[in-house]
Structures are given as C-alpha cells and as structure tokens.
Design a protein around this ligand. Structure first.
Ligand code: ZN
Length: 331
C-alpha cells in the first residue's frame, strides 16, 4: 500500500458521512452514520473520531498513509480557528473547537469549513468544475447553500462568512426566511420552499394534480413538483418557473460579482436536469445585460451526495500540499 489518503467528514444534522479519498478525488472507502445530534457536541465528536478510525481500519490503510482530516460542518463557523460558532441543526453547538477536538482524539491534523463551501469545493476539485479555475455552486435543497471558488480558493471574506448566496435578498420586504431576513433567494428558489409554496397554493384553492397529496396530508418535495411540471400542471409550472426566474437573478448577480466560468446547480432541485438549467438559462438571457460576449455556463453537479466528503478531503489535500493546517491542538 503506497497510496496516501485524506479523510473527508461531512457533519450533518441527521447523518455523518466519512470517506477516504485519494489525491485525485477518488473515494477509496466510505461510510455513513446516524449523527444523533440531540446528544450535544461532545458525544457526537467522540463518535466522529471513532468513525474516522473505523473507516481507516476497514479500508486497511496504515495511519501513516493518512495526511489528515477535512470536516464540513454547518455554520456559522470560523475555518481559520476551527470553531463552530453555532448551527441551526446542531443543538448546543456553541463555539465548539472542532478541529482541535478531532486532532486530540485522532492524532490526525484537521481542517474545517462550511459544509456548502466544501460541497462546492468538491465539485470544483473532482466534479462539474474540475476543468475550470472559477466556479460558483448553488445547492438547492431544504434551503440554498452556496460556495464561491476563485482561482482555486474558497472565498471567505474578512468575517469568514462570504458566499451565503441563499440569503441574497431578491424580493424587498418579501416572505420571511428562516434566517430572519425577508425576501431571501432560498425562500423563493430552494427545493423545500418550492414544494411548500405549491402546497400552500393548493390549500388556498388553486387546482393542481398534486391536490390529492395535500388533501391526504402526504408531504412532497421537489421531485413530485418536477413530475407535475413535466405532466403540464399549471400551478407547479408557474411556481417552478418563478423559482428559475429567481435563480436566474442570482446567476446574473453571480456573473457581475464573481465572473465565474461556470455556475453549478446541486441538491434536490438539480435532479430535474434540463428542466432546471434550460429555464434558468432562458430567464438569465432575458435579464442579463448584453455588453459581454461571454457568460458563465450553467451546469448540473455530478457528484451527488458525495460532493461534501470529497470536497472536505480535497480541502485537506490542499492544506497538506500548501502546509496550512489550522488549529494545532493546545495540549
Ligand atoms: Zn435568509
């Protein structure tokens, strides 16, 4: 065994994914565990450290062949200090020194970043952006996560929370977002919110082929909405089109702010493929000014649920190559 690996950890509110990833972005071994975050941070970190050890052991890779651990976590957090300040879906995680805790428990150097940033970095490093230097990714799930990669670097900004494009205000005084602002992009264009708005409109009396599900109290998501769009349902089509319009506004703003080669769409809504990208592209062309010859290409992500662990490991590989591991343990 001569190959070396980085460990990618994707910490989520329901699942922790752990993978050994080689220097080309290929997953060698991976596992997923129930995170049980209701226990608070300490037991979850103990388990994460143990799971990392289990995955390394199961892969049969000697410890000296592990370069370190990259961790994607919900935030807000400080990547440079390795601290999770708080996280909406991780109860009692207040200023948790995560990289130091993982280093102390595993003996492996650790680095961390926002989970959406690292998913974007994963696609940049080993997926839909592997052939470009500048890429922005929007992950259209329950909310909208985003990551901005400029010349191969994740954009953090002075306060380390740049790139929260899901909370770009697109409708002044619009609908209330879970973040407390009004009119955020994610309220109009995330998978969760599109499905919720379809259900609300049905309850308000609009006809739809999804009415039966609402009457029976059966929850549905972006998948059912896309199917309804493809079946020609007027309500689903109208709200899907509206979501694509707001995503196109975001793409115009992304173009002006960051000028990436590529804008990548990931998450539940991206499974719609062309049904998403063609409509966003159509609105983009109507909205964008016409002074440029070149515009970013809008593409669907390719790594699926693996983007987070691959990106976390890729970030660890980058730390290894550039000698910038953060948060050495203070022991
Ligand atoms: Zn918001």
């Amino acid at each position: 065994m001569t190959d070396s690996y980085a460990v990618g950890v994707d910490l989520g509110g329901t699942t922790v994914r752990v993978a050994l990833v080689d220097r080309t972005g290929r997953i060698h071994h991976e596992a997923a565990y129930d995170s049980h975050v209701e226990r608070g941070p300490e037991p979850v970190i103990d388990d994460m450290a143990r799971w990392v050890g289990e995955v390394i052991a199961a892969a049969g890779v000697p410890r000296e062949r592990i370069v370190g651990i990259g961790i994607g976590s919900p935030g807000p957090l400080s990547p440079s200090r390795g601290i999770v300040h708080k996280a909406a879906n991780l109860p009692d995680w207040i200023n948790v020194p995560l990289t130091r805790a993982m280093h102390q428990r595993t003996g492996l150097r650790s680095i961390m970043d926002n989970d959406a940033n690292l998913a974007a970095y994963g696609e940049f490093w080993a997926g839909a952006g592997r052939d470009v230097d500048n890429m922005v990714m929007l992950t259209l799930g329950t909310g909208i996560g985003a990551g901005v990669v400029i010349r191969g670097e994740l954009l953090h900004g002075h306060f380390e929370n740049a790139g929260e494009l899901g909370h770009w205000i697109v409708v002044p005084n619009g609908r209330r977002c879970s973040c407390g602002q009004r009119g955020c992009l994610e309220v109009y264009a995330s998978a969760g919110n599109v499905a919720r708005r379809v259900a609300e409109s049905i309850r308000d009396g609009e006809p739809s082929i999804l009415s039966g599900l609402v009457q029976k109290g059966v929850p549905f998501g972006a998948r059912e909405v896309v199917q309804a769009v493809q079946d020609g349902d007027p309500l689903a089509s109208r709200l899907w089109d509206e979501a694509c319009y707001y995503l196109a506004i975001a793409c115009v703003n992304i173009q002006h702010a960051y000028n990436p080669t590529r804008i990548v769409m990931a998450g539940g809504m991206s499974k719609a493929g062309d049904v998403l990208t063609q409509l966003v592209q159509k609105h983009f062309e109507l909205l964008a000014w016409n002074l440029y010859d070149d515009y970013p290409e809008i593409r669907i992500a390719v790594l699926g649920d693996d983007a987070g662990v691959i990106g976390a490991a890729g970030w660890a590989w980058k730390a290894e190559q550039e000698g910038r591991w953060a948060a050495e343990p203070a022991c």
